[in-house]
Design a protein. Structure first.
Length: 353
């Protein structure tokens, strides 16, 4: 018999601590990662160790935050769609009041549009407090759409979601305009730490980043993305903290930078689409509440501050895993040896030898 309320158990460990500073939080914290890929724990742990040995740790800068939903309306022709778009933009303050009437925490902060043939796509951008904001943005957009259909001439219903948002899909627009939290993380690793902990050099990491992450991704046709494995850390962090795991699709779009600065390694990860929330759906499970509390993301703070803290911790976790993997890949055989040692049991290894 199937239990509709069964909980899938994914192995979870806390790794760290890692050191973070920046415009949101200054903290040292362990981080939880739920994953079946067991080498991820020691890999992120090595990056965390590096952060503790760097003078400023990981400097995390939150650049922007917004949740989006796009609605689709149909007009008689492109000219009518254009007139409707101008009408909508001219009434931004009125539309803000519509949003305030249906939510305590949602605030309309931007409107963008795109016209194709006689179709008008309208992308609404909201601040959503401590929630990731999917449902909040949809609820507000539904109210906005109803209001527009009643008050803007020449348009009719198309869809509550027109894929111009864009939710859980890898697109250029999210990388350009942002969806969720836009966080930049930076770490300056002293030469001796690069050598002793990462077993490589700044020059090797910088060269590999160009060849693998930048050129390799370009050849593969990546969409505004150049990184080794952001998705691994994001999935582990998302599952451990009650996030909508499908958001790693756009969340793993991001860019890794590495520079050799006279033997020291400058390393940076930019995540423009980091969708996290400290409240909302998925947070009611006991282990999630425990994890968020331990991360300091359930404290009494101004609205939105806990979600911002969670975002910079997630972004710093991504940097730790990204740095460790790239360092390993500068050395022949290191990555595979780690997987064999950590993932294959002795019996399987013996049979396959």
């Amino acid at each position: 018999m199937t239990d509709a309320h069964a909980i899938a158990g994914v192995p979870m460990k806390w790794v760290g601590p890692l050191r973070i500073s920046g415009n949101v939080a200054t903290t040292e914290t362990h981080v939880p990662l739920a994953t079946y890929e067991s080498p991820l724990w020691p890999s992120v742990g090595r990056g965390a160790k590096v952060s503790m040995l760097a003078p400023d740790g990981i400097v995390a800068t939150l650049v922007d935050e917004r949740m989006t939903r796009s609605v689709l309306v149909e007009a008689r022709d492109a000219q009518t769609a254009y007139a409707a778009a101008q009408n909508i933009h001219a009434r931004t303050e009125e539309l803000r009041e519509v949003v305030r009437g249906c939510s305590r925490f949602a605030e309309l902060i931007g409107i963008r549009h795109e016209i194709t043939a006689n179709l008008l796509f309208v992308r609404f951008e909201f601040s959503t407090g401590d929630a990731s904001g999917h449902n909040m943005a949809t609820l507000a957009s539904d109210a906005l759409l109803g209001h527009l259909l009643e008050t803007v001439p020449g348009i009719s219903y198309g869809s509550i979601s027109g894929n111009y948002c864009t939710d859980k899909k890898a697109t250029a627009i999210n990388g350009i305009l942002g969806r969720g939290k836009n966080v930049v993380t930076e770490l300056l690793v002293p030469r001796e730490v690069v050598t002793d902990v990462l077993h490589t050099t700044a020059a090797k990491v910088a060269e590999l980043n160009i060849r693998k992450n930048l050129l390799g991704t370009l050849l593969a046709g990546g969409i505004r993305s150049a990184n080794a494995h952001f998705a691994n850390m994001l999935l582990g962090f998302y599952l451990a903290t009650g996030q909508d795991a499908a958001n790693i699709v756009e969340g793993s779009q991001g860019i890794t930078m590495a520079e050799d600065r006279d033997g020291d390694l400058y390393f940076s990860c930019t995540l423009p689409n980091l969708i996290v929330g400290s409240v909302g759906n998925g947070k009611g499970l006991g282990f999630v509440e425990t994890n968020l509390t331990r991360l300091g993301c359930r404290a009494e703070r101004e609205t939105g501050a806990n979600a911002r803290r969670l975002a910079v911790i997630a972004a710093a976790t991504v940097l730790c895993g990204e740095l460790s993997l790239l360092a390993a890949q500068t050395n022949p055989g290191e990555l595979m040896q780690a997987h064999v040692r950590l993932e294959r049991d002795h019996k399987t290894a013996k049979v396959g030898a």
